[in-house]
Design a protein around this ligand. Structure first.
Ligand code: FMN
Length: 234
């Protein structure tokens, strides 16, 4: 009897997963919101990024500053995770994190990094490929200062990427810092927390098009520091 129930459960799981994969395979939308023609691409990729950034800001997308970043471990294994872009200029894109985290360990041995934005409200993705440099202590201080107090305490409380015994231990650590800084108006930035600037060697802009004939424009930084443009097949 027990055996039968187990079998039935299994059969049910198989049917469910078969249904799932069918509907996943059938999922598709037509990318037809815009085009990115040969004459549309601005000569400087940061001007282009600023333009698309303004356009995504006017769209319905939540957290357009969320980006996936890929680093490479010392063993050569790629690792991706989401972070929030907290600024960009003509030098690169900045995010903040823990300097003892797994991603920081990766960057210490290999500063290569790739960052990807997917802005589905506009059928666009932008990919940065380059190297990550720590931002100056002053720049990290300035950003830490404007973070909500709870996030500042969170930065002190969490040894990011390290195993912890329980969620309660993390809460206790947060409360200990809350107590420690109870009389401090401006919580200082922990030394092991700060920013990285992704300085790109290449930036690719992708605009989804009908029939999967997407527009892809790749900007590559030349030795002369000038940007060279190529259209890529989708
Ligand atoms: C939308 C989103 C935004 C995130 N933003 C950040 C961020 O700005 N900085 C950060 O360190 N982690 C951020 N995280 C958590 C990371 O994805 C990741 O779990 C953490 O940085 C540890 O990564 P690591 O162990 O590979 O270093 C974010 C996660 C999500 C889902």
């Amino acid at each position: 009897m027990h055996h039968l129930i187990v079998m039935m459960r299994c059969a049910c799981r198989v049917t469910k997963s078969a249904m799932n994969s069918k509907s996943i395979a059938a999922m598709r939308i037509s990318y037809d919101l815009a085009t990115f023609g040969d004459t549309d691409a601005l000569p400087d990729p940061f001007d282009q990024f600023r333009l698309w950034w303004e356009e995504v800001g006017g769209s319905t997308l939540m957290e357009p500053n969320a980006m996936s970043i890929a680093t490479v471990t010392a063993a050569g294994t790629p690792q991706t995770r989401m972070v929030l872009m907290k600024g960009f200029d003509e030098h690169g894109v900045v995010f903040y994190t823990n300097y003892g985290s797994a991603k920081a360990r990766d960057l210490a041995t290999n500063p290569s990094i790739s960052a990807l934005f997917y802005w589905h409200s506009l059928h666009r993705q932008v990919r940065f490929t380059g190297v990550a440099h720590k931002v100056s202590a002053e720049e990290s201080d300035a950003y830490f200062r404007i973070r909500p107090r709870g996030s500042q305490l969170g930065a002190w409380a969490s040894n990011q990427s390290e195993p912890i015994a329980s969620a309660d231990d993390l809460k206790a650590s947060f409360e200990a810092y809350e107590h420690q800084f109870a009389d401090v108006d401006e919580i200082p930035r922990p030394e092991n927390w700060g920013g990285y600037r992704i300085v790109p060697q290449a930036i690719e802009f992708w605009q989804g098009r009908e029939n999967r004939l997407h527009d892809r424009i790749l900007y590559t930084r030349g030795e002369d520091d000038h940007w060279h443009l190529n259209r890529l097949a989708p």
